[in-house]
Design a protein around this ligand. Structure first.
Ligand SMILES: [Zn+2]
Length: 268
């Protein structure tokens, strides 16, 4: 039977078990797939090459296509954060290069087309925009394995302008990034911040996008408000992932109407 293996990201807010339950329910309406939850990918499939591959995938500048810094100190740093993920942060990686590295780490018997690996990752990833010559942060990179970046959920879709203004103002006053509560109180409009309690709910759709692409070959949905769409701004993410209905008409045909499932938080 076709199987989805979803890997935990233990240092983040994301609850892989809850995401898997949600996914299983919707896939049951579409013919059924096995959905299993596994521990952190980087522990389960650690290879000796990974530290260097991560170092080599580092984005060096937002406007520079070339990536990678494999100086010994950087590779050592990558070794340490593979070992102690709570120490990672602040680095942007080339999402396609990371995906390639993780793909190579998947053991041979699990490399079949009837198994999709979905990696919840505690790293920020981006893809290069040929059209505008800069890196763009992403919530997910579809493929095998599908990479779903938890920090990407907070950082990739743009927040309201006022957020960035407030952040800059605070930085000038104190030299530090302002605490989350300050930004939440000072900035109007809804957006996801680091460790947001709505993280798991919002990520369900991004995991589903990976599964949908694997099943059907289709990319993101063009219909605003559908869980399978890929909004560029935070208010669009709120609309798609946290408000009813879950899917557009076409995708509701496949995965069902909301009322058929239990998802209490979504209306809250
Ligand atoms: Zn749709």
């Amino acid at each position: 039977m076709e199987t989805v293996s979803l890997y935990r990201a233990p240092t983040t807010e994301a609850d892989a078990d809850e995401i898997a339950d949600w996914l299983r329910e919707r896939l049951d309406r579409a013919g059924g797939r096995e959905v299993e939850v596994r521990d952190r990918f980087l522990d389960a499939h650690r290879t000796e090459e990974l530290p260097e591959q991560f170092a080599d995938s580092r984005v060096l500048s937002p406007y520079e296509r070339e990536t990678g810094n494999t100086m010994l100190g950087i590779v050592r740093y990558e070794e340490r954060v593979l070992e102690n993920p709570e120490r990672a942060g602040g680095v942007l990686y080339d999402g396609v290069a990371v995906q390639r590295a993780l793909n190579e780490a998947i053991p041979e018997p699990e490399r079949s087309l009837d198994r999709l690996h979905v990696v919840l990752l505690d790293r920020a990833v981006g893809t290069w925009g040929d059209h505008d010559g800069r890196w763009h942060k992403r919530v997910n990179v579809l493929g095998q394995p599908a990479v779903v970046s938890v920090p990407g959920l907070y950082e990739a879709p743009a927040k309201p302008e006022a957020y960035y203004e407030e952040k800059q103002k605070q930085a000038m006053l104190s030299g530090d990034a302002p605490p989350r509560e300050v930004l939440e109180n000072e900035v109007e409009g809804d957006f996801l911040v680091e460790d947001d309690p709505r993280t798991t709910e919002a990520l369900k759709g991004y995991v589903m996008q990976a599964v949908h692409c694997w099943r059907t070959g289709e990319g993101f949905c063009e219909t605003e408000g559908c869980r399978l769409s890929n909004p560029h701004r935070q208010p669009g993410v709120m609309e798609a992932q946290l408000r009813e209905p879950e899917f557009c008409e076409e995708h509701a045909e496949l995965y069902g109407r909301d009322s058929a499932g239990a998802h209490d938080e979504k209306t809250g």
